[in-house]
Design a protein around this ligand. Structure first.
Ligand SMILES: C[S@@+](CC[C@H](N)C(=O)[O-])C[C@H]1O[C@@H](n2cnc3c(N)ncnc32)[C@H](O)[C@@H]1O
Length: 321
């Protein structure tokens, strides 16, 4: 029987929808792009470097919370479960869980970054030969389905990295409702949520000294050049990131260093000097704030762990059943 591990993608349609999103975002006032478009293969590799930066506390803090509470977390995952990881990216965090939870029978990483997803899946197949590795290349903001074999297994969800913070709060509720549908009644969801903290720590995390976050942000323009036939000159844009205390979120922008015209798919777009493209929000939550948000989507918080410094939270949610 032919084995299909990655769901077939309607490639042409995906490309058109990227171009459509770029045109829509650059035609808006102020200009913007959805954060999911950061993640082509190069964007995913740059994010892996961000995870290792000294200023980027979220990865270290979350790994610490996962490591120190691995046994308790593992106890929530049913025997023979398929663990579905939303926005999997690098497989560093899942390795921690798999070590603590040998009852997991299948690992189902879901990610929009198809090429990087397959690279990471190959590593996992090599390192965990007895585990079924069943990647799904999909945009989790849209409706998608798991493989039939996975739907026949008990399931648990894993959503680390505070990727939930990239959604507007209302959209986060929508995502959590969709995750509940995909995982099924009674399934646990282990989710990493970054916490509100001292602005200096936040601002440093998104403005690292090596300029990796700046390169990650600017790679969006390189991707638009490659995939949407554009002529952005990367040296005439710069990275800007800061904490918006009123909205409790980090905001990331690309700022035009001069007045210029950029062509995308044959269409001209004017930029004033200092004009921005808003590329990402990363909402930070309080302990109670996220608990309330999850409840609106039908999830009850069963446990909350943090790293010892209290920088980052990992929560176990369950649907009301
Ligand atoms: C902030 S990174 C987190 C990566 C990793 N899970 C971690 O904990 O560090 C976000 C991840 O979600 C993926 N992603 C972002 N938007 C997505 C979408 N709409 N659908 C599927 N995957 C998405 C990205 O490709 C990336 O791997």
């Amino acid at each position: 029987m032919k084995k299909i591990s990655v769901q077939p993608r309607p490639e042409a349609d995906e490309e058109n929808s990227f171009l459509r999103d770029v045109i829509t975002g650059l035609s808006a006032q102020p200009k913007w792009m959805a954060a999911k478009h950061f993640y082509d293969a190069e964007g995913s590799r740059l994010f892996e470097r961000i995870m290792r930066l000294p200023e980027y506390y979220p990865t270290r803090s979350e790994m610490q919370a996962l490591r120190e509470n691995a046994a308790e977390i593992a106890a929530l995952i049913p025997d023979g479960a398929a663990l579905v990881e939303f926005g999997a990216g690098s497989n560093a965090k899942i390795r921690l869980l798999l070590k603590a939870a040998p009852q997991i029978a299948a690992y189902v990483p879901v990610d929009i970054s198809a090429e990087y997803l397959e690279e990471q899946a190959q590593e996992m197949r090599r390192d965990f030969p007895n585990l079924k590795i069943l990647p799904v290349a999909a945009d989790f903001t849209k409706r998608f389905e798991l493989q039939l074999s996975v739907r026949a297994m008990p399931r648990a969800g894993f959503f680390p990295g505070s990727t939930i913070g990239n959604f507007e709060p209302l959209a986060a509720v929508g995502f959590l409702r969709n995750a509940a549908r995909i995982l099924g009644e009674g399934a646990p969801l282990i989710i990493g949520v970054d916490l509100v903290k001292d602005e200096r720590v936040l601002n440093a995390a998104y403005n690292d000294a090596q300029g990796v976050t700046a390169a990650f942000n600017l790679n969006l323009l390189a991707r638009i050049n490659r995939e949407a036939g554009a002529d952005f000159d990367l040296s005439s844009f710069e990275h800007r990131a800061f904490f918006n205390a009123g909205r409790e979120r980090m905001e990331m922008y690309l700022v035009s260093r001069k007045k210029q015209t950029v062509t995308v798919g044959g269409r001209p777009f004017e930029f004033e000097r200092g004009e921005t493209i808003h590329t990402e929000n990363s909402y930070k939550y309080t302990r109670e704030g996220f608990r309330d948000l999850a409840r609106q989507a039908g999830w009850i918080e069963h446990a909350l762990w943090t790293d010892p410094a209290g920088n980052f939270s990992v929560r176990a949610l369950k649907t009301k059943s």
